[in-house]
Design a protein around this ligand. Structure first.
Ligand code: CMC
Length: 422
Protein backbone atom coordinates (compact mmCIF):
# COMPACT_ATOMS: atom_id res chain seq x y z
CA UNK A 1 0.00 0.00 0.00
CA UNK A 2 1.53 3.38 -0.96
CA UNK A 3 2.41 5.67 1.97
CA UNK A 4 0.62 8.64 0.44
CA UNK A 5 -2.72 10.36 0.07
CA UNK A 6 -4.36 11.61 -3.08
CA UNK A 7 -6.15 14.96 -3.02
CA UNK A 8 -8.62 15.85 -5.74
CA UNK A 9 -9.98 19.36 -6.16
CA UNK A 10 -13.53 18.57 -7.29
CA UNK A 11 -13.92 22.11 -8.65
CA UNK A 12 -11.24 21.56 -11.27
CA UNK A 13 -10.67 17.79 -11.27
CA UNK A 14 -6.99 18.41 -10.54
CA UNK A 15 -5.29 15.74 -8.43
CA UNK A 16 -2.03 15.47 -6.51
CA UNK A 17 -0.46 12.63 -4.61
CA UNK A 18 1.27 13.70 -1.39
CA UNK A 19 3.64 11.31 0.44
CA UNK A 20 3.00 10.58 4.11
CA UNK A 21 6.36 11.08 5.85
CA UNK A 22 6.68 10.22 9.56
CA UNK A 23 2.89 10.31 9.90
CA UNK A 24 2.54 13.79 8.37
CA UNK A 25 1.78 15.32 5.00
CA UNK A 26 3.52 18.44 3.80
CA UNK A 27 1.17 21.43 4.05
CA UNK A 28 3.08 23.17 1.24
CA UNK A 29 1.96 20.46 -1.24
CA UNK A 30 -1.64 20.97 -0.14
CA UNK A 31 -1.48 24.74 -0.62
CA UNK A 32 0.09 24.34 -4.06
CA UNK A 33 -3.05 22.57 -5.30
CA UNK A 34 -5.60 24.32 -3.10
CA UNK A 35 -4.51 27.97 -2.96
CA UNK A 36 -6.63 29.92 -0.45
CA UNK A 37 -8.18 26.78 1.14
CA UNK A 38 -6.99 26.51 4.73
CA UNK A 39 -7.08 23.79 7.36
CA UNK A 40 -9.45 25.01 10.07
CA UNK A 41 -7.69 23.82 13.24
CA UNK A 42 -7.83 26.54 15.92
CA UNK A 43 -6.39 24.40 18.73
CA UNK A 44 -3.71 22.87 16.46
CA UNK A 45 -5.19 19.45 17.34
CA UNK A 46 -4.34 18.02 13.92
CA UNK A 47 -1.45 20.29 12.98
CA UNK A 48 2.22 19.34 13.28
CA UNK A 49 3.73 22.79 13.79
CA UNK A 50 7.32 21.61 14.00
CA UNK A 51 9.78 18.92 13.08
CA UNK A 52 11.61 18.22 16.32
CA UNK A 53 14.20 15.73 17.56
CA UNK A 54 13.80 16.59 21.25
CA UNK A 55 10.86 14.78 22.85
CA UNK A 56 8.87 11.81 21.66
CA UNK A 57 5.37 11.46 23.04
CA UNK A 58 3.03 8.60 22.19
CA UNK A 59 -0.25 9.41 23.90
CA UNK A 60 -2.00 6.15 23.05
CA UNK A 61 0.72 4.06 24.69
CA UNK A 62 1.72 6.42 27.51
CA UNK A 63 5.28 6.85 26.18
CA UNK A 64 7.46 9.88 26.93
CA UNK A 65 11.14 10.01 25.89
CA UNK A 66 13.67 12.82 25.89
CA UNK A 67 16.09 12.43 22.96
CA UNK A 68 15.15 8.73 22.89
CA UNK A 69 15.68 8.04 26.61
CA UNK A 70 12.55 6.81 28.46
CA UNK A 71 11.34 9.24 31.13
CA UNK A 72 11.23 6.39 33.67
CA UNK A 73 15.00 5.77 33.27
CA UNK A 74 15.86 9.46 33.42
CA UNK A 75 13.72 9.97 36.54
CA UNK A 76 15.43 7.07 38.25
CA UNK A 77 19.05 7.60 37.24
CA UNK A 78 19.63 11.14 35.99
CA UNK A 79 19.56 14.65 37.44
CA UNK A 80 17.71 17.73 36.24
CA UNK A 81 20.88 19.51 35.10
CA UNK A 82 22.00 16.47 33.12
CA UNK A 83 18.53 16.27 31.53
CA UNK A 84 18.66 20.00 30.67
CA UNK A 85 21.98 19.36 28.89
CA UNK A 86 20.49 16.38 27.06
CA UNK A 87 17.47 18.37 25.91
CA UNK A 88 19.52 21.29 24.63
CA UNK A 89 22.57 19.56 23.14
CA UNK A 90 20.98 16.26 22.11
CA UNK A 91 23.30 13.79 23.87
CA UNK A 92 24.01 12.78 27.45
CA UNK A 93 27.12 14.69 28.59
CA UNK A 94 30.50 13.05 29.17
CA UNK A 95 31.72 13.45 32.78
CA UNK A 96 33.89 16.50 31.90
CA UNK A 97 31.02 18.08 29.93
CA UNK A 98 28.60 17.60 32.82
CA UNK A 99 31.10 19.07 35.27
CA UNK A 100 31.64 22.12 33.02
CA UNK A 101 27.88 22.55 32.44
CA UNK A 102 27.10 22.28 36.16
CA UNK A 103 29.86 24.80 36.90
CA UNK A 104 28.50 27.22 34.28
CA UNK A 105 24.93 27.00 35.62
CA UNK A 106 26.05 27.25 39.25
CA UNK A 107 28.17 30.34 38.66
CA UNK A 108 25.37 32.19 36.86
CA UNK A 109 22.73 31.88 39.58
CA UNK A 110 23.15 35.42 40.91
CA UNK A 111 20.74 38.13 39.81
CA UNK A 112 21.95 41.72 40.09
CA UNK A 113 20.39 43.10 43.26
CA UNK A 114 19.46 46.43 41.61
CA UNK A 115 17.59 44.58 38.94
CA UNK A 116 15.64 42.42 41.40
CA UNK A 117 14.77 45.38 43.63
CA UNK A 118 13.69 47.69 40.84
CA UNK A 119 11.63 45.03 39.24
CA UNK A 120 9.76 43.66 42.24
CA UNK A 121 9.40 46.71 44.45
CA UNK A 122 6.59 48.44 42.51
CA UNK A 123 4.36 45.39 42.94
CA UNK A 124 1.78 44.99 45.67
CA UNK A 125 2.92 42.75 48.55
CA UNK A 126 0.48 39.96 47.62
CA UNK A 127 1.39 39.84 43.92
CA UNK A 128 1.10 36.33 42.47
CA UNK A 129 4.64 34.86 42.10
CA UNK A 130 3.86 33.75 38.54
CA UNK A 131 3.15 37.36 37.54
CA UNK A 132 6.40 38.44 39.18
CA UNK A 133 8.34 35.67 37.48
CA UNK A 134 6.91 36.41 34.04
CA UNK A 135 7.66 40.12 34.24
CA UNK A 136 11.12 39.62 35.70
CA UNK A 137 12.10 37.16 32.97
CA UNK A 138 10.88 39.66 30.35
CA UNK A 139 12.81 42.40 32.17
CA UNK A 140 16.03 40.42 31.85
CA UNK A 141 16.08 41.22 28.13
CA UNK A 142 16.80 44.85 29.05
CA UNK A 143 19.69 43.69 31.18
CA UNK A 144 21.33 41.53 28.50
CA UNK A 145 20.90 43.44 25.23
CA UNK A 146 23.52 41.20 23.56
CA UNK A 147 20.91 38.41 23.74
CA UNK A 148 19.26 39.92 20.66
CA UNK A 149 22.07 38.43 18.59
CA UNK A 150 20.16 35.19 18.18
CA UNK A 151 22.05 34.11 15.05
CA UNK A 152 25.20 33.54 17.09
CA UNK A 153 25.18 30.02 18.58
CA UNK A 154 27.62 31.08 21.32
CA UNK A 155 25.39 33.97 22.38
CA UNK A 156 22.39 31.64 22.41
CA UNK A 157 24.17 29.16 24.67
CA UNK A 158 25.18 31.96 27.04
CA UNK A 159 21.56 33.09 27.42
CA UNK A 160 20.35 29.51 27.90
CA UNK A 161 22.87 29.11 30.74
CA UNK A 162 21.77 32.42 32.28
CA UNK A 163 18.09 31.56 32.10
CA UNK A 164 18.39 28.03 33.52
CA UNK A 165 20.71 29.34 36.26
CA UNK A 166 18.74 32.44 37.25
CA UNK A 167 15.15 31.29 37.01
CA UNK A 168 15.21 29.54 40.44
CA UNK A 169 16.74 32.70 41.92
CA UNK A 170 13.97 34.86 40.46
CA UNK A 171 11.32 32.32 41.43
CA UNK A 172 12.46 32.19 45.06
CA UNK A 173 12.80 36.00 45.17
CA UNK A 174 9.23 36.34 43.83
CA UNK A 175 7.99 34.05 46.60
CA UNK A 176 9.93 35.83 49.37
CA UNK A 177 8.70 39.18 48.12
CA UNK A 178 5.11 37.92 48.25
CA UNK A 179 5.48 36.84 51.89
CA UNK A 180 7.60 39.81 52.98
CA UNK A 181 10.76 37.84 53.68
CA UNK A 182 14.30 39.04 52.88
CA UNK A 183 15.95 37.54 49.82
CA UNK A 184 18.38 34.67 50.14
CA UNK A 185 21.37 34.67 47.81
CA UNK A 186 22.23 31.49 45.90
CA UNK A 187 24.59 29.05 47.59
CA UNK A 188 26.89 27.69 44.91
CA UNK A 189 27.94 24.77 47.08
CA UNK A 190 24.47 23.26 46.86
CA UNK A 191 23.00 21.28 44.00
CA UNK A 192 20.33 22.86 41.79
CA UNK A 193 17.25 21.61 43.67
CA UNK A 194 18.71 22.07 47.17
CA UNK A 195 19.90 25.59 46.36
CA UNK A 196 16.38 26.46 45.24
CA UNK A 197 14.90 25.01 48.44
CA UNK A 198 17.42 27.03 50.48
CA UNK A 199 16.57 30.26 48.65
CA UNK A 200 12.89 29.57 49.30
CA UNK A 201 12.92 28.50 52.92
CA UNK A 202 16.14 29.51 54.65
CA UNK A 203 15.27 31.62 57.67
CA UNK A 204 18.52 32.27 59.49
CA UNK A 205 22.21 31.85 58.77
CA UNK A 206 24.29 29.82 58.55
CA UNK A 207 22.92 26.72 56.95
CA UNK A 208 19.98 25.09 55.30
CA UNK A 209 19.33 21.48 56.18
CA UNK A 210 17.22 19.33 53.92
CA UNK A 211 16.93 15.53 53.87
CA UNK A 212 18.56 14.43 50.57
CA UNK A 213 15.43 12.39 49.76
CA UNK A 214 13.38 15.59 49.59
CA UNK A 215 15.72 17.50 47.28
CA UNK A 216 15.97 14.33 45.18
CA UNK A 217 12.15 14.25 44.95
CA UNK A 218 12.13 17.87 43.78
CA UNK A 219 14.85 17.07 41.24
CA UNK A 220 12.75 14.15 39.92
CA UNK A 221 9.77 16.51 39.56
CA UNK A 222 12.04 18.90 37.65
CA UNK A 223 13.05 16.04 35.30
CA UNK A 224 9.41 15.09 34.69
CA UNK A 225 8.45 18.70 33.89
CA UNK A 226 11.52 19.54 31.80
CA UNK A 227 9.88 19.09 28.41
CA UNK A 228 6.68 17.92 26.78
CA UNK A 229 7.11 18.63 23.05
CA UNK A 230 4.63 21.07 21.45
CA UNK A 231 2.53 21.96 24.52
CA UNK A 232 0.81 25.33 24.89
CA UNK A 233 3.72 27.22 26.50
CA UNK A 234 6.35 25.71 24.18
CA UNK A 235 4.15 26.70 21.24
CA UNK A 236 3.95 30.23 22.68
CA UNK A 237 7.77 30.26 22.93
CA UNK A 238 8.13 29.04 19.37
CA UNK A 239 5.65 31.59 18.00
CA UNK A 240 7.32 34.50 19.80
CA UNK A 241 10.82 33.16 19.08
CA UNK A 242 9.95 32.81 15.38
CA UNK A 243 9.75 36.61 15.17
CA UNK A 244 13.40 36.59 16.33
CA UNK A 245 12.55 38.14 19.68
CA UNK A 246 15.32 37.67 22.25
CA UNK A 247 15.23 34.53 24.47
CA UNK A 248 14.10 36.42 27.60
CA UNK A 249 11.01 37.82 25.87
CA UNK A 250 10.45 34.36 24.37
CA UNK A 251 10.61 32.58 27.74
CA UNK A 252 8.44 35.28 29.36
CA UNK A 253 5.76 34.54 26.73
CA UNK A 254 6.04 30.85 27.58
CA UNK A 255 5.69 31.65 31.32
CA UNK A 256 2.52 33.62 30.56
CA UNK A 257 1.05 30.68 28.64
CA UNK A 258 1.98 28.29 31.43
CA UNK A 259 0.17 30.43 34.00
CA UNK A 260 -3.33 29.38 32.83
CA UNK A 261 -5.31 26.74 34.77
CA UNK A 262 -5.65 24.48 31.74
CA UNK A 263 -1.85 24.19 31.56
CA UNK A 264 0.72 24.81 34.34
CA UNK A 265 -1.85 26.47 36.57
CA UNK A 266 -3.62 23.12 36.92
CA UNK A 267 -1.43 21.92 39.83
CA UNK A 268 -2.56 24.93 41.89
CA UNK A 269 -6.16 24.32 40.81
CA UNK A 270 -5.95 20.65 41.91
CA UNK A 271 -5.02 21.64 45.45
CA UNK A 272 -7.80 24.21 45.61
CA UNK A 273 -10.22 21.57 44.31
CA UNK A 274 -9.11 18.99 46.93
CA UNK A 275 -9.45 21.65 49.64
CA UNK A 276 -12.92 22.51 48.38
CA UNK A 277 -13.98 18.83 48.39
CA UNK A 278 -12.75 18.71 51.98
CA UNK A 279 -13.66 15.12 52.88
CA UNK A 280 -14.02 11.71 51.27
CA UNK A 281 -17.81 11.89 51.72
CA UNK A 282 -17.94 14.83 49.35
CA UNK A 283 -16.06 13.09 46.52
CA UNK A 284 -19.04 11.46 44.82
CA UNK A 285 -21.25 14.61 44.86
CA UNK A 286 -18.27 16.56 43.47
CA UNK A 287 -17.79 14.07 40.63
CA UNK A 288 -21.53 14.20 39.90
CA UNK A 289 -21.33 18.00 39.66
CA UNK A 290 -18.41 17.72 37.19
CA UNK A 291 -20.47 15.32 35.08
CA UNK A 292 -23.31 17.85 35.06
CA UNK A 293 -20.88 20.35 33.54
CA UNK A 294 -20.26 22.33 36.74
CA UNK A 295 -16.50 22.66 36.39
CA UNK A 296 -13.77 20.22 35.51
CA UNK A 297 -11.89 17.60 37.43
CA UNK A 298 -8.56 19.40 37.62
CA UNK A 299 -5.49 17.22 37.08
CA UNK A 300 -7.50 14.95 34.78
CA UNK A 301 -7.43 14.72 31.01
CA UNK A 302 -4.82 15.54 28.44
CA UNK A 303 -4.85 16.55 24.79
CA UNK A 304 -2.37 13.85 23.84
CA UNK A 305 -2.39 11.12 26.54
CA UNK A 306 -5.46 8.98 26.04
CA UNK A 307 -4.46 6.02 28.14
CA UNK A 308 -2.25 7.15 31.00
CA UNK A 309 0.25 9.92 31.67
CA UNK A 310 3.59 8.19 32.47
CA UNK A 311 4.63 11.21 34.52
CA UNK A 312 1.61 10.72 36.81
CA UNK A 313 2.69 7.12 37.52
CA UNK A 314 6.19 8.25 38.55
CA UNK A 315 4.84 11.17 40.59
CA UNK A 316 2.41 8.99 42.51
CA UNK A 317 5.33 6.82 43.62
CA UNK A 318 7.47 9.91 44.44
CA UNK A 319 4.60 11.20 46.61
CA UNK A 320 4.84 8.15 48.86
CA UNK A 321 8.65 8.57 49.10
CA UNK A 322 8.18 12.18 50.22
CA UNK A 323 5.40 11.37 52.68
CA UNK A 324 7.76 8.92 54.41
CA UNK A 325 9.75 11.98 55.52
CA UNK A 326 7.07 14.62 55.84
CA UNK A 327 4.09 12.57 56.99
CA UNK A 328 1.12 11.93 54.73
CA UNK A 329 -0.56 14.91 53.14
CA UNK A 330 -4.12 14.80 54.55
CA UNK A 331 -5.49 15.53 51.07
CA UNK A 332 -3.95 12.31 49.70
CA UNK A 333 -6.91 10.15 50.74
CA UNK A 334 -9.33 12.50 49.01
CA UNK A 335 -7.16 12.42 45.87
CA UNK A 336 -6.96 8.60 45.90
CA UNK A 337 -10.74 8.29 46.32
CA UNK A 338 -11.35 10.87 43.62
CA UNK A 339 -9.11 8.95 41.23
CA UNK A 340 -10.83 5.66 42.10
CA UNK A 341 -14.34 7.08 41.65
CA UNK A 342 -13.49 8.84 38.38
CA UNK A 343 -11.70 5.86 36.86
CA UNK A 344 -14.74 3.67 37.56
CA UNK A 345 -17.12 6.14 35.95
CA UNK A 346 -18.13 5.86 32.31
CA UNK A 347 -18.08 9.67 31.88
CA UNK A 348 -14.31 9.73 32.41
CA UNK A 349 -13.56 6.31 30.89
CA UNK A 350 -15.42 7.02 27.64
CA UNK A 351 -13.67 10.38 27.26
CA UNK A 352 -10.29 8.81 28.07
CA UNK A 353 -9.73 11.16 31.02
CA UNK A 354 -6.94 9.95 33.32
CA UNK A 355 -4.86 11.63 36.04
CA UNK A 356 -2.19 13.83 34.48
CA UNK A 357 1.14 15.13 35.82
CA UNK A 358 -0.59 17.77 37.90
CA UNK A 359 -2.90 15.48 39.84
CA UNK A 360 -0.31 14.38 42.41
CA UNK A 361 2.47 16.97 41.99
CA UNK A 362 0.64 19.56 44.12
CA UNK A 363 0.37 17.11 47.02
CA UNK A 364 4.16 16.67 46.96
CA UNK A 365 4.80 20.40 46.69
CA UNK A 366 2.53 21.03 49.65
CA UNK A 367 4.25 18.31 51.70
CA UNK A 368 7.60 19.95 50.88
CA UNK A 369 6.26 23.19 52.35
CA UNK A 370 5.55 25.14 49.16
CA UNK A 371 2.52 27.44 49.28
CA UNK A 372 -0.12 26.82 46.63
CA UNK A 373 0.49 30.00 44.67
CA UNK A 374 4.08 28.98 43.88
CA UNK A 375 3.15 25.64 42.27
CA UNK A 376 3.08 26.94 38.71
CA UNK A 377 6.44 28.61 39.28
CA UNK A 378 7.75 25.14 40.22
CA UNK A 379 6.63 23.98 36.78
CA UNK A 380 8.21 26.99 35.03
CA UNK A 381 11.67 26.43 36.52
CA UNK A 382 12.37 23.07 34.85
CA UNK A 383 10.30 23.77 31.73
CA UNK A 384 12.73 26.58 30.97
CA UNK A 385 15.17 23.95 29.64
CA UNK A 386 12.44 22.56 27.38
CA UNK A 387 11.37 25.97 26.07
CA UNK A 388 14.97 26.88 25.33
CA UNK A 389 15.81 23.60 23.63
CA UNK A 390 12.86 24.08 21.25
CA UNK A 391 13.76 27.73 20.68
CA UNK A 392 17.36 26.78 19.90
CA UNK A 393 16.34 23.91 17.63
CA UNK A 394 13.93 26.16 15.75
CA UNK A 395 16.62 28.78 15.14
CA UNK A 396 19.12 26.13 14.05
CA UNK A 397 16.55 24.92 11.52
CA UNK A 398 16.16 28.45 10.14
CA UNK A 399 12.37 28.43 10.50
CA UNK A 400 10.01 31.04 9.05
CA UNK A 401 7.92 33.40 11.20
CA UNK A 402 4.79 31.74 12.63
CA UNK A 403 1.84 33.30 10.85
CA UNK A 404 -1.33 31.21 10.58
CA UNK A 405 -4.32 32.04 8.38
CA UNK A 406 -7.90 32.55 9.53
CA UNK A 407 -11.39 31.81 8.31
CA UNK A 408 -12.99 35.25 8.18
CA UNK A 409 -16.47 35.15 9.75
CA UNK A 410 -17.27 38.87 10.10
CA UNK A 411 -19.57 41.20 8.16
CA UNK A 412 -19.16 41.79 4.43
CA UNK A 413 -17.95 45.23 3.35
CA UNK A 414 -20.21 48.09 4.53
CA UNK A 415 -20.07 51.89 4.57
CA UNK A 416 -19.08 53.87 7.64
CA UNK A 417 -22.07 55.55 9.33
CA UNK A 418 -21.40 58.93 11.02
CA UNK A 419 -22.23 58.87 14.74
CA UNK A 420 -25.10 61.37 14.33
CA UNK A 421 -26.86 58.92 11.99
CA UNK A 422 -26.51 55.74 14.10
N1 CMC B 1 -12.95 17.13 33.80
C1 CMC B 1 -14.15 16.86 33.25
N2 CMC B 1 -14.38 16.75 31.92
C2 CMC B 1 -13.32 16.92 31.12
C3 CMC B 1 -12.03 17.20 31.62
C4 CMC B 1 -11.87 17.30 33.00
N3 CMC B 1 -10.65 17.56 33.53
N4 CMC B 1 -11.16 17.34 30.58
C5 CMC B 1 -11.89 17.16 29.47
N5 CMC B 1 -13.19 16.89 29.79
C6 CMC B 1 -14.29 16.55 28.88
C7 CMC B 1 -14.76 17.77 28.12
O1 CMC B 1 -15.80 18.42 28.80
C8 CMC B 1 -15.19 17.17 26.81
O2 CMC B 1 -16.43 16.53 27.03
P1 CMC B 1 -17.57 16.57 25.87
O3 CMC B 1 -16.97 15.78 24.74
O4 CMC B 1 -18.77 15.95 26.47
O5 CMC B 1 -17.75 18.02 25.51
C9 CMC B 1 -14.17 16.03 26.57
O6 CMC B 1 -13.74 15.66 27.89
C10 CMC B 1 -12.96 16.48 25.73
O7 CMC B 1 -12.40 17.64 26.36
P2 CMC B 1 -11.62 18.78 25.60
O8 CMC B 1 -11.76 20.05 26.36
O9 CMC B 1 -12.01 18.78 24.14
O10 CMC B 1 -10.14 18.24 25.69
P3 CMC B 1 -8.84 19.07 25.36
O11 CMC B 1 -7.88 18.12 24.76
O12 CMC B 1 -9.17 20.30 24.59
O13 CMC B 1 -8.34 19.57 26.80
C11 CMC B 1 -7.22 19.67 28.87
C12 CMC B 1 -7.24 19.03 27.47
C13 CMC B 1 -5.95 19.18 29.59
C14 CMC B 1 -7.14 21.20 28.72
C15 CMC B 1 -8.49 19.25 29.65
O14 CMC B 1 -8.53 17.86 29.80
C16 CMC B 1 -8.60 19.95 31.00
O15 CMC B 1 -9.10 21.08 31.07
N6 CMC B 1 -8.13 19.27 32.10
C17 CMC B 1 -8.12 19.92 33.40
C18 CMC B 1 -6.93 20.85 33.51
C19 CMC B 1 -5.63 20.10 33.67
O16 CMC B 1 -5.51 19.19 34.47
N7 CMC B 1 -4.61 20.54 32.91
C20 CMC B 1 -3.27 19.99 33.01
C21 CMC B 1 -2.86 19.30 31.75
S1 CMC B 1 -1.36 18.31 31.98
C22 CMC B 1 -0.14 19.48 32.34
C23 CMC B 1 0.20 20.31 31.17
O17 CMC B 1 0.72 19.80 30.18
O18 CMC B 1 -0.02 21.53 31.26
Amino acid sequence: MPESITITDNRTGETIEVPIVDGAIDGAAWSKLLKGVWFYDPSFSTTAAAESAITELDGENGILRYRGYPIEQLAEHSTYLEVAYLLIFGELPLPAELAAWTHEITTHTYVHDNFRRKLFDPYHYDAHPMGLLTSSVAGMSTFYPDAKNIDDAGVRTEQMVRLIAKIPTLAAAAYRFSVGMPYVFPDNDLDYATNFLAMMFKVAEPGFECPPALSKALDVLFILHADHEQNCSTTAARVVGSSHADPYSTVAAACAALYGPRHGGANEAVLRMLDEIGSIDNVEPFVDAVKEGKGRLMGFGHRVYKNFDPRATIIKKAAYDVFEHTGKNPLLDIALTLEEVALADDYFVSRKLYPNVDFYSGLIYEALGFPTNIFTVLFAIPRTAGWLSHWNEMLEQGSRIARPRQVYAGPAVRDYVPISQR
